[in-house]
Write a protein that binds this ligand. Sequence first.
Ligand SMILES: NC(=O)c1ccc[n+]([C@@H]2O[C@H](COP(=O)([O-])OP(=O)(O)OC[C@H]3O[C@@H](n4cnc5c(N)ncnc54)[C@H](O)[C@@H]3O)[C@@H](O)[C@H]2O)c1
Length: 339
Amino acid sequence: MKLITVQDLSTLVKKHGFDNFLNDLIDYLKQDFVRWPEFDKSPRYAAHVPGGVLELMPTADKKYFAYKCVNGHPANPFEGKQTVVATGQLSEIKYGYPLLISEMTVLTGLRTAATSVMASSYLSREDSSVLALVGTGAQSEFQACALKLVRPIKTIRYFDTDALAMDKFEQNMKDKGFELVRCSNAKEACTGADIITVCTACKGHVVVIENDWVKPGMHVNGLGGDCPGKTELDKNILFRGKVVVEYTEQSMIEGDIQQLTPDEVGQVLHAELWEIINGSKKGRETADEVTVFDSVGFAVEDFSVLRLTYDLAEKYGIGHDVDMVPPIADPKNLISVLG
Ligand SMILES: NC(=O)c1ccc[n+]([C@@H]2O[C@H](COP(=O)([O-])OP(=O)(O)OC[C@H]3O[C@@H](n4cnc5c(N)ncnc54)[C@H](O)[C@@H]3O)[C@@H](O)[C@H]2O)c1
């Protein structure tokens, strides 16, 4: 069984190339989203604790079972700790044996970016060149760099309530070929944008993006409304155009659509993302419609990134082969491993 540490993943992404990893991940996500009905699906298990949430995200197809264990603690950075950290496992269905245990904090950054970029490639205008990024924390650089792979983004207008997070973003992004426009509030960041990506962390119903900042033709990726009692969008935005989610049952509990009644969800919900990927529902149809990807993160996305990581770790011989299954010749002689 392979163990992938943070350092192993860093080696793997460097070896394969950051853009290549994201492009391959988008391919893997598409392969998995088009066969969505084949997956076992359920809303994730969530243990709500003071200050945050711990979640277990399992899914399976006929070949693999995968899960991620992830937290969300918005106040962690005040104590020098990360808001989101994760680990995960990929197992084979045939024997039920684990194949891979991996760090998934960085993989979450990559898969969340690849998923919102996949959604943006169907929902945003093809000529989108200005990104408004609200929230320049851990996810932000992944989001910005990934979007460039599918849209001709030239300018990033960004804002965070934490000036140091904006300094960090500038430092990380200064050589990536974007015009960087630091803004003094979220409204200024959204002015003139083609795509708004909002990834803030606050446990509360916060209006980070107001309805009248969203102009015809804009696409909104809402990432931080991903837990009961945690939303970022003015609910009126959800009545403006096509709203797309990953898995309705989970999104109604956790997404920005939790602000709506079930009847209102029926009224505004256009599609689950897989229905757009497989062509049964349409993405953007006109230049002036408003589109919203109300993302919460779903287990199939973690399945796809674990599958890619496993394939690349095998290809490059990266990771540690460790005994997480007792190495015994007689399968009934388990006691023998204890000497
Ligand atoms: N949808 C998904 O699949 C998915 C995946 C990963 C993370 N998330 C969510 O995305 C959000 C961001 O995650 P992260 O890892 O980047 O967290 P983070 O704590 O590193 O960054 C969040 C940033 O938001 C800023 N912020 C908070 N309130 C703000 C406001 N009103 N206006 C502007 N900035 C504000 C904070 O100062 C911080 O810099 C979290 O809510 C997390 O739960 C979603």
